[in-house]
Design a protein around this ligand. Sequence first.
Ligand code: XAF
Length: 240
Amino acid sequence: KRRHKHSDELEKKIQNHLTDSMKPPGADGDIWELFAEEGEMKIYRKELVEDGLICDPLKAVHSIGNVTAREMCHYFWDTDVRMEWEGTIESFRVIEVPEEFTTIIYQTHRRVWPSAQRDCLYLSSMVKVDNPPSVGDKIPHDTWIVCNFSVDHPEANPVSGCVRALIEIALICQTFITPPKDGGPITRDCLQCDIIYVANVNPGGWAPASVLRSIYKREYPKFLRRFTAYVQDKTRKLDI
Ligand SMILES: Cc1cccc(-c2n[nH]cc2-c2ccc(F)c(-c3ccc(S(=O)(=O)CCO)cc3)c2)n1
């Protein structure tokens, strides 16, 4: 069962995301503030300060056509294409590949004045979920998750001057297929992918609340817009 050093922790986090993060905002009695909305994309946050640091949890829900859950998670997880859609990373390095769909990554983000530059050291794993909880009455064709969470690693060799941010992030995607009325073949037009993106980022050190909150308000909608458009564009030409 224990495949590598972080196997147990990864399993536990995935289970937590499937029970907690898949609940629609508000279902858990928590008060989520809707702070950005563009069509199907809705982004919620909560105000949370821990040890004086802004740790606002973020939850985004979205639904896009013509792609599968596996494609969405693949392009989010695959470091070969990371710089094609990521807008705030300055550099990254794959430190270790504990198993086929699990990597340990060290990355630095672009510095945003006046706070110090942030870096992250995290495990990133892509997993097909076998028995997903069904949200509402729609039955998903399949469910995939990418789970990114901070870990330690002796070979991180961090960039000096960076403050280590701590992350707990997940991208959970579900494919829904609507077969064509005329009984014809399933094409991309029959696909709908429901997306849940949750991000808990601890900035790791002081940064002005106003600066952090304005970064989040600007960067998360931009990231979700850019990333989903990127996957739709990359898959438009692929045969299904
Ligand atoms: C897209 C976005 C949203 C909110 C803030 C920023 C940002 N701007 N300047 C510095 C950062 C920054 C600081 C610390 C972080 F952990 C991440 C961070 C964000 C997302 C992810 S991920 O796992 O979703 C995608 C992989 O990088 C990991 C780290 C990003 N970028």
